[in-house]
Design a protein around this ligand. Sequence first.
Ligand code: FAD
Length: 290
Amino acid sequence: MRTAELFEHKTVFSLEVFPPKPDADESVIYDTLEQLSDIKPDFISVTYGAGGGKNGCKTIQIASDIQNKYGVESVAHLPCIDLSRAQAKEILDHMCECGIENVLALRGDRTDHSTADGDFRHASDLIQFISDNYDLNIIAACYPEVHPESSSAIDDLKWLRHKVECGADHLISQLFLDNRYFCDFREKARIAGINAPIEAGIMPVTNKRQIERMVKLCGVELPKKFVRVLDKYENNATALRDAGIAYAIDQITDLIAEGVDGIHLYTMNNPYIAHRIYEAVQSQITVPVH
Ligand code: FAD
């Protein structure tokens, strides 16, 4: 099923996982998926490391298994920063052969593994390539606190609208910890004529180092009340985990009341945390939206 069709009747609740590292025990991701599929999410998306080589094969294999073994819709991420058109075609053909209908088309970031010398400069180039050549549902990323490379919020919105005009059917946001950024961004996106469903990306923060890394990488602001929680419990892993879960539940409750199209939970491959959050918000998600 194409994910863009999910938004008509309910608040979409989706999950994100990442493939195991090349030397890790592969059975762990399948235990994780088994537990996550109990939640019956609307879909599970699988990340793809830019320049990841074999990691990309795992993305497609896992996305295919999510559909075929666990009966849950899946989305395969695809960063294009170092892909040639021929490589993109090979990967997209393989996705179609595996029955994957949904692709999250991304630019990706320059990493130690990526050369950034592909045929696509921006995600919009890949989105156009997919719409011209495939019958796939296309998802794109968006940034409530503005992409760190953008010169302004207006510029970022202009390019987001371009991604939708090139064929993106559904958007998923970067994580944020202050809902005001998301609500302002959504309002401006609608004014700019961006009408595709926008899911809010929520990351339950359960580890101080993890969030410090994300802040540096994504330019996300840490609200004062969040910093107080981090400081108070930084040396107590259980208290910090529980406070991070409570914070995420509070964010989701507020977003659903604001009429968000969907919640995309960055699970960090932790089914325990995903279950606790889902159980707390389940009844709110299933309330019909119309
Ligand atoms: P783009 O849409 O290309 O935007 C990048 C910058 O260029 C922005 O500043 C934008 O305003 C600008 N821009 C866009 N189009 C144009 C244009 N035509 N002309 C001029 N400027 C333009 N990375 C991975 O490697 N693997 C993953 O699996 C992955 N999953 C992600 C999932 C989500 C939900 C999100 C939010 C991000 C994910 N990322 C992933 C990270 C992503 O690759 C980075 O944030 C990257 O820096 C930007 O990707 P993009 O697709 O948004 O790029």
